[in-house]
Ligand binder design. Sequence first.
Ligand code: PEP
Ligand code: MN
Length: 337
Amino acid sequence: MIIVMATPTIEQIDRVLEKLHQHGLEASSLQSYGKTVITAIGSSQTQDPGFYERMPGVEKVMSIVTPFKLVSREFKQENTVVTAGSAVFGGQSIAVIGGPCAIESYEQLHETAVAIKQAGACMLRGGAYKPRTSPYSFQGLEQEGLNILKAVSKEVGLPVISEVTDPRHVEGMSDVVDMLQIGTRNMQNFALLKEVAKCRKPVLLKRGASSTMEEWLMAAEYIMAGGNENIVLCERGIRTFETYTRNTLDLNAVPMVKHLSHLPIIVDPSHGTGNWRLVNPMSKASLGAGGDGLIIEVHPCPEEAVSDGQQSLTPGNFQQLMTEIQVIAIAMGRNII
Ligand code: PEP
Ligand code: MN
């Protein structure tokens, strides 16, 4: 059950919490979308919405059946629009993020940034802390990478996103980036989710490679319950028995999540396929499924990339992609920039 209070006094909130406690319900209060929201969890027999509806300060009481509450479409019907710097997710325009898997040098990032901006991308990506399967693989330029990202962002005039892998980095990275990325391996790193919730920076929450949509939405609920409403979901492929592709891009997730949640959802066909040849067709399919945007790996020279070169587009291929998806965006009643 969710109890929404518009402009309650502290006493009114305390009174509701006290009653819920007396009725044996687990309750907590938080601020969401400018209102005080009390979430109450417990057995349905002990819940009498009518009782709470009559209490002073209460605007409405909602019984939400899904385990995720604040991120659910039941709680909020209208689509949420998330703004990160000048980039907008979930609005009329399709948002396309481009950039290398890992920041390798100033020149590499600058060249990529200029090219993707010219092609119509709204945000630059670049990993400074890389979660790699092998401890012997390149781990990212770390702080030096963030310095490069900050400089290029300013010079080229694009907002930036980078993956945060450690709760201790959240505060420092928030000063540099416009959006924090939670990668697939950390989707259920609850300490990290709670930390990004506190910092209020827009968050791109990627789906865990072996996570159900419900687990993914519960991860988003952690961030929202911790006070951060600026969440964009990202489908990036799941692990299946198929080996010709790196992951299986689960495009079912796009319309399913749109039905279940008010949050914007974008798609990462680079990690979803692991093959640059599939990125263009799967980008089109993602937008055709109703996705609000894309995140695409782009490298000036993919064969020399230190990570994920096989799935990275050249600037030329990215430009072509941006041109070709215009028609899909228009067919879906959207536009790009
Ligand atoms: C990435 O974006 O480079 C990345 C590591 O993504 P994922 O967490 O989806 O594997
Ligand atoms: Mn990558």
